[in-house]
Design a protein around this ligand. Structure first.
Ligand code: TYM
Length: 324
């Protein structure tokens, strides 16, 4: 029997190359060998969003990127978290078996408290419980994620073990499967590439925008002047060449070390690589965006199929927990 994959991503709108290399690319490949379920987690987004007016549009833009990148609604279930409300029911039930101390110790919770001290909401504490509910509602065993999600996956395993100990076996223990590039660094050369850090390169941007954007990137800080020798091993632009110019790595490293090319040249080579790689994606995206009602149909069909599984699991959980 095929294993079952589940993964989720917050509706951050148009996706960037970090999302693609760090997640979407792996989601697409896994469709060959697993039953796959991919979810846009709009409820999770509410833990950090105070202004939700872009949520709908961002969800649609994100699905366009997923579809253009090769997620196939014929092969996978693609849906929006809130369209299958059983996840909220399961979240509440799992919250009863999750010690508060576990949740208060999660590193991402502590980070969020620092980032949004004015909005330390209850949902933020329960974030990993909702994530566990996502996974186990569909009895998924294989969870492709980037490195930043590993603590949440550990928590999911702990919650499942505790549930099994208290009420018996319903859920498989989910295992994280690190994606091919589990940590893509942003254009600031320091932090994870993300929209909120404004250090990203959007997949759907035009070639000109992409080139402009890459020109703003930080490079090797030791290269102050054009003739200074560079150190590719510490330069994030060089690490991005691994993905976009894999055949030219030695040549680019030698030219950088010998100052035969400057950082602007190096960024232009990267931009060319990114634009070349993304050209078919961008064409597909524009084509899918033109099909009237298509994205809504994908969401509706995904929710319908996800719901069939969710209903069965909730029934089983309630029975095991002895709910009358
Ligand atoms: P999110 O929305 O932050 O990111 C979605 C996925 O993309 C990966 N990722 C990256 N990987 C490498 N480099 C980057 N710069 C980069 N940026 C993002 C993330 O690791 C993640 O795999 N809590 C989750 C969403 C979630 C979920 C789930 C995931 C909710 N329920 C159940 C798995 C299973 C999140 O906020 O991901």
């Amino acid at each position: 029997m095929k294993g079952r994959v589940f993964s989720g991503a917050r509706p951050t709108g148009k996706q960037h190359i970090g999302n693609y290399l760090g997640a979407i690319q792996s989601y697409v490949k896994l469709q060959q060998d697993y039953d796959c379920i991919y979810c846009i987690v709009d409820i999770h987004a509410l833990t950090t969003l105070e202004d939700t007016h872009l949520l709908k549009e961002n969800t649609r833009e994100m699905m366009l990127d997923w579809l253009a990148a090769g997620l196939d609604p014929e092969k996978s279930i693609l849906f929006i978290q809130s369209h299958v409300p059983e996840v909220m029911e399961l979240h509440t039930l799992l919250s009863m078996v999750t010690p508060l101390g576990w949740l208060l110790r999660v590193a991402t919770f502590k980070e969020k408290v620092k980032l949004q001290p004015h909005n330390v909401n209850y949902g933020l504490v329960g974030y990993p419980v909702l994530m566990t509910a996502d996974i186990v509602l569909y009895k998924a065993d294989t969870i492709p994620v980037g490195e930043d999600q590993l603590p949440h996956l550990e928590m999911a395993r702990d919650i499942v073990r505790r549930f099994t100990y208290l009420f018996g076996e319903v859920f498989p223990e989910p295992k994280a499967k690190l994606t091919t590039f589990p940590m893509v660094i942003g254009l600031d050369g320091e932090r994870k590439m993300s929209k909120s850090c404004d250090n990203d390169v959007e997949l759907a941007a035009s070639p000109e925008e992409t080139t402009q954007r890459i020109r703003t990137a930080f490079t090797d800080p030791a290269r102050q002047y054009r003739n200074d020798p560079g150190h590719p091993e510490v330069c994030n632009i060089y690490s991005l060449h691994h993905f976009y110019n894999p055949d030219r790595l030695d040549e680019i490293a030698t030219q950088c070390r010998g100052a035969a090319i400057g950082c602007v040249d190096c960024k232009n080579i990267l931009a060319e690589g990114v634009n070349r790689d993304l050209a078919p994606f961008r064409e597909r995206r524009a084509e899918i965006a033109q099909r009237p009602g298509y994205v809504d149909e994908v969401f509706a069909d995904g929710a319908r199929r996800a719901h069939v599984i969710a209903k069965e699991t909730i029934k089983e959980v309630k029975e095991k927990m002895g709910l009358p």
